[in-house]
Design a protein around this ligand. Structure first.
Ligand SMILES: [Zn+2]
Length: 322
């Protein structure tokens, strides 16, 4: 997946550009494999990702965003109750949302009745119009800030169905958690901050499961382009549960507690190094250039050095603002 410079700049406010950077450092033969699930629970497989059963009535779409197929670039999923079906994320293209909606109908007998966008980035939101077709008009939900950012920033490619869907969203509180009752299954929607100004997580207690949005990246260094790093660190900690939990990341394969702990340690490592360098007066570019992740944190090979620069710049921005 190589983006030309114009496309890269167009997508530079989103995680799509970050994924293009990741693809640029990965051998071509491996690109289509990143994120590819080997689980027996896969119920559908496409060039852009796999739909995996996570629990009764819960499926995760795990995208393979380096494959070159851009129908979906982010993860998302389906949570079904007796009376309603929730789809998570709008995906990169309307065809991605429509694909997930059709799978929901095959698996549950219902087109999604509800949709939640975790944040505004184009790879999570731009295809949302794909849920609205014929008689199907799910209730689409996002925070007010997410709605506004989609309308202001996600202007390419133009898509009247996206604009119509997003203008119509039912607002989620940006301050307090809410509960969506799907019938015998309550999904907690929790407003959070850190990957962007406004993120939400979707959480179940039984089974213990969290759709983390881009607050969690499994096996790929995260995109800090819009990050507020102290808030990111706090949100990442707040998502962690003490009992055995399944963490669905915004990008990468499904996480278990050990994966999540490793991610927290990595986020902390970046924060400590950035604070130390800032206090020493080292320019962000130099500090990022000298930074490496300790091998004890395992394999985070899928990074381009400029990703560290983006992370250090975000830290410096916040530290400077005091
Ligand atoms: Zn994102």
């Amino acid at each position: 997946m190589s983006l030309n410079r114009r496309d890269f700049l167009k997508e530079s406010g989103s995680c799509a550009a970050h994924l293009a950077l990741a693809a640029s450092v990965m051998p071509r033969a491996l690109q289509s494999l990143w994120g590819r699930s080997t689980s027996l629970a896969v119920v559908a497989r496409e060039p852009f990702g796999s739909l995996e059963k996570v629990a009764d009535g819960v499926w995760a779409l795990i995208s393979t965003p380096l494959s070159g197929d851009r129908t979906t670039l982010s993860n998302g999923g389906i949570i079904a109750g007796r009376n309603a079906v929730l789809a998570i994320e709008g995906f990169n293209q309307p065809a991605g949302a429509a694909w997930l909606a059709n799978k929901a109908r095959e698996l549950t007998g219902r087109w999604p009745t509800h949709v939640v966008l975790t944040h505004y980035h184009s790879d999570h939101a731009n295809g949302v119009g794909g849920y609205v077709a014929d008689a199907n008009h799910p209730s689409i939900r996002s925070t007010e800030r997410t709605r506004d950012l989609v309308l202001q920033r996600n202007v390419q490619p133009p898509d009247p169905s996206r604009v119509a869907a997003v203008k119509d969203v039912v607002l989620l509180s940006g301050a307090e958690a809410s509960t969506l009752d799907l019938g015998g299954r309550a999904v907690r929607i929790v407003p959070r901050v850190g990957h962007t100004e406004s993120d939400v997580s979707l959480e179940l207690d039984d089974p213990s499961l969290v759709f983390c949005g881009d607050l969690f990246w499994n096996g790929m260094f995260p995109n800090y382009v819009d990050a507020i790093p102290t808030k990111l660190a706090a949100s990442v900690r707040a998502l962690k549960r003490t009992r055995d939990t399944t963490y669905i990341p915004g990008h990468g394969t499904i996480g278990k507690p050990a994966d999540y702990d490793r991610y927290i340690a990595m986020i902390d490592e970046v924060g400590q190094a950035a604070r130390k360098a800032y206090a020493a007066g080292t320019p962000a570019a130099d500090a990022a250039g000298a930074f490496t992740l300790p091998t004890s944190l395992g394999d985070w090979t899928l990074f381009n050095k400029s990703m560290f620069a983006t992370a250090f710049n975000a830290w410096y921005r916040e530290l400077k603002a005091g």
